[in-house]
Design a protein around this ligand. Structure first.
Ligand code: PLP
Length: 624
């Protein structure tokens, strides 16, 4: 547990049992129930759900929704704030039907609503939310169809807000609402000058592509006044960016938003709602710091800061406390999902067997390499490193010009590897090492080939160097004696993971166990419930993975509530416009021609067509 820092990033939801298994830890009143993830994997295997797979723990979604809503309720109560909190989940963070259904279901007791950024997302929100008190917040560009849908919702008593991203949208809203005779609920998204730290700092500031400038906001007010619709303007929206690591940025953003809120009231808008957007971070690193993958605050502090800032900014102006809306996505769903995969094989970067000394008649350079191997010690690491690489490169040069044989080159490379391995093992005994020696352990590390696609399941690692906690889910009471990086199944040099979270900071390799003959080795990437599933792509035509939703019961048993089989090869081919039926027919024709040409027999043709059909219906990942 200590080696992988699970108690730092696991937020009490994950731990390691005495038997050495990664467990999901759930609180039922005073009772803590721990379920080994490997037991769920075994259950998946029995149900024909192969690796890789996304495992969703429904209870964690439920707990996160509860914790967020309860934390706001507590802050509101303790501060004597005179209004309530209404969360909305941004659908784009995880659009999967069962996630939205679960959020709508678990969230209904808190009137937790949904945020939609497109027509498709609005359709999801309209049909999935069952609670009439929940809000639907519509962000993003809206055309006539989008606006009509929202207006019909409004007519049916659904609290559906149009948040203006640009002044242009207002014309369509005014025209459609007049034509249909329905009063809209309008919000304005403002562009805050407050900037934040972290990856998503371009969501705020003057050059943000989102929201209205102060001047454009005045234009909107004028237009609403002229149309006699200022009474529809009830909500102020701001979003500083996702994964905000520093609470001070959140405070100053809310403070600035309050100034706009007060300004809009001064202009005569009724207002009543303030939406502070997303940004509540996830401590992927477990460092409790303001670094990009961490956060220097807890959930309670987040809620207190917002409630207090609103109170302190608005009360002196005599402005009634607005309903607080937040659009937390990441913090709500990240914990509930993990990506599980098995390791297919490993490549050890180790020297092969070597003779004790250079064979008789060896080239001088090879003799020299053997003596470097002999005299390397803690006091001459850098010198031996330089010498070994020099002699090896000289042999390569001779090979290039036909003056050294294949066997001589292989021997030189093997002795060099032995020297580097010795240096790497001695490094911990040395106080200061050069940069090139520091990189040696990574260069000497193993490659563990995992049955997954980085591009399909963990796109943020590739796109923005996101860090996720990663560890094996079993054998954790055995010392992980190997150090490795993880490679995926795609034929792409970017398809690898070589940055890992550890208690001592970010490391280039992960401690791992050697594979055992005839036994699977399972790895989990944790906290992947936000953004990963729908941002993933079909690189090398690896499709969606299997997905399992599990509900843990109070007695420690668990139910497989939902199972989704991932894409078949026929599915992914159809996504890129191939017709699977036509493809089968094309293969049949090729086989028939081969029969005609006497290359295969008719029974062989039948066998081939059967295998082809099975492949088309099979999983896109490695099947054992
Ligand atoms: N609201 C808006 C408008 C967003 O653009 C985003 C994402 O960046 C979110 C909410 C969700 O943010 P988070 O996942 O950080 O909670």
């Amino acid at each position: 547990a200590r080696l992988y820092g699970v108690r730092d990033w696991g937020s009490d939801y994950f731990d390691v049992s005495a038997e050495g298994n990664a467990v999901v830890s759930l609180q039922f009143g005073e009772k803590t129930i721990q379920v080994p993830i490997i037991d769920i994997v075994n259950g998946m295997k029995e149900r024909g759900l192969d690796m890789p797979a996304v495992l969703r723990i429904e209870n964690l979604l439920d707990q996160r929704i509860t914790q967020l809503n309860e934390a706001f309720a507590k802050a509101i109560n303790e501060a004597g704030y005179n209004n309530h909190y209404r969360g909305v989940f941004p659908i784009k963070v995880n659009q999967q039907c069962h996630v939205i259904e679960e959020i709508a279901d678990y969230g209904s007791r808190y009137h937790h609503g949904l945020e939609a950024g497109s027509k498709a997302e609005l359709i999801i929100a309209l049909t999935q939310l069952k609670d009439p008190e929940s809000l639907i917040i519509c962000n993003g560009y809206k055309d006539e169809e989008f606006i009509e849908l929202g207006l019909y919702a409004r007519q049916m008593g659904i609290n559906c807000f149009f948040v203006l991203e640009t002044a242009m949208e207002l014309d369509i809203i005014l025209e459609r609402s007049r034509a249909l005779g329905i009063d809209p609920l309008i919000g304005v998204r403002i562009r805050l000058a407050s900037m934040v730290e972290g990856h998503w700092n371009e969501d705020s500031g003057d050059r943000s592509i989102f929201g209205l400038s102060t001047n454009a906001l005045l234009g909107v007010i004028e237009k609403l006044k002229q149309a006699d619709m200022l009474h529809c303007l009830q909500l102020l929206h701001s979003h500083l960016g996702s994964q905000i690591p520093n609470i001070r940025n959140i405070r100053s953003g809310v403070m600035e938003a309050c100034r706009f809120y007060a300004g809009l009231i001064e202009e005569g808008a009724p207002m009543g709602y303030i939406d502070i957007g997303g940004g509540l971070a996830v401590d992927y690193e477990g460092a409790r710091s303001n670094s990009t993958h961490s956060m220097n605050y807890g959930l309670d502090e987040y809620c207190y800061s917002i409630v207090e800032t609103l109170q302190e900014s608005l009360e002196p102006l005599g402005i009634a406390h607005p309903v607080i809306i937040s659009e937390s996505g990441r913090a709500l769903v990240a914990y509930s999902s993990m990506l599980l995969f098995n390791i297919l094989e490993t490549r050890e970067h180790k020297p092969g067997p070597l003779p004790d000394s250079a064979p008789d008649g060896s080239h001088d350079l090879i003799v020299n390499l053997f003596s470097v191997l002999d005299y390397v010690n803690v006091d001459n690491l850098q010198e031996c490193y330089n010498d070994a690489l020099y002699y090896r490169d000289e042999i390569r040069e001779l090979f290039h010009h036909g003056q050294a044989s294949l066997r001589e080159r292989a021997l030189a490379e093997n002795v060099t590897l032995a020297v580097l391995e010795k240096i790497s093992n001695l490094l911990p005994q040395v106080r200061r090492v050069s940069q090139e020696l520091e990189a040696l352990p990574e260069l000497m590390s193993d490659i563990y080939y995992g049955n997954f696609s980085l591009f399909q399941s963990l796109p943020d690692i590739w796109a923005i160097d996101q860090l996720f906690p990663i560890m094996p889910i079993h054998r954790l009471n055995e010392a992980p004696v190997r150090d490795g990086v993880l490679a995926d199944m795609t034929c792409d040099c970017d398809g690898k993971i070589d940055n890992f979270i550890s208690p001592s900071g970010v490391t280039k390799t992960l401690p791992l166990h050697p594979l055992k003959e005839g036994e699977e080795y399972y790895i989990s990437v944790f906290l992947v419930g936000a953004y990963q599933e729908t941002l993933g792509d079909l690189h090398n035509l690896f499709g969606d993975t299997n997905v399992v939703s599990v509900h843990v019961n109070e007695d420690g048993s668990f139910d497989f509530r939902r199972e989704f089989h991932g894409d078949s090869i026929a599915d992914v081919l159809s996504y890129v416009e191939y017709d699977p039926k036509l493809i089968q027919e094309q293969f049949r024709r090729i086989a028939e021609q081969a029969v005609r040409d006497g290359k295969i027999s008719v029974p062989m043709r039948q066998q081939m067509l059967r295998a082809f059909r099975e492949s088309m219906n099979g999983y896109t990942f490695f099947e054992r």
